[in-house]
Design a protein around this ligand. Structure first.
Ligand code: S3P
Length: 170
């Protein structure tokens, strides 16, 4: 491949919750250079958030957009460049990263989970949040039932309806 015209000062890689975007912005500010995030580039190209790309078009389509966005950014951005957490799983991206300064922001499980919070906007975490909620429901439902005198089904009901149902029990 031809040598890019410009090169990023540094490329940040690492898992979701490593702080690539937050750290990258600070780093760019301190260094007096621009910051670019390939997730944002993908969103601009697709005209919608990453979470919607996954839902509407699937992960494979996202990875193609991501590959193009990363390769383009590597060739034209001279500041700090943050990649999405899964970008390095695409072989063409790994190839494109050769000869660049690439910093891996490492993070342990506990801190990563803490930083991603509800996983909002991170489609790959949706299943995990769901699994966790399921686990809690399975564990605790018998306990709630054991302490309850009444049960109100809230499924498909808004808060006002649920409140009205509870009032009827009083
Ligand atoms: C992903 C990480 C996300 C985003 C997409 C998939 C991954 O980027 O690209 O949701 O596969 O780890 P961040 O690491 O910036 O959250």
């Amino acid at each position: 491949a031809a040598t890019p015209a410009v090169r990023p000062l540094v490329v940040l890689v690492g898992p979701m919750g490593a702080g690539k975007t937050t750290v990258g912005r600070m780093l760019a500010q301190a260094a007096g250079v621009g910051f670019r995030d390939t997730d944002a580039d993908v969103e601009t190209r697709a005209g919608k958030p990453v979470s919607e790309i996954f839902v509407d078009d699937g992960e494979a389509a996202f990875r193609e957009l991501e590959r193009d966005a990363v390769v383009t950014a590597l060739g034209e951005h001279d500041g700090v460049l943050a990649l999405g957490g899964g970008a390095v799983m695409t072989p063409a991206i790994r190839d494109a990263l050769a000869d660049h300064r690439v910093v891996f922001l490492q993070v342990g499980l506990a801190d990563a989970v803490k930083r991603v919070g509800m996983g909002t906007g991170r489609p790959l975490l949706l299943g995990n949040v769901r699994a966790r909620v399921k686990q809690l429901l399975d564990e605790r439902t018998p306990v709630y039932e054991s302490v309850a005198t009444h049960v109100v089904d809230t499924d498909g009901r808004d808060a006002a309806d649920v409140a009205a149902l509870v009032r009827e029990l009083l």
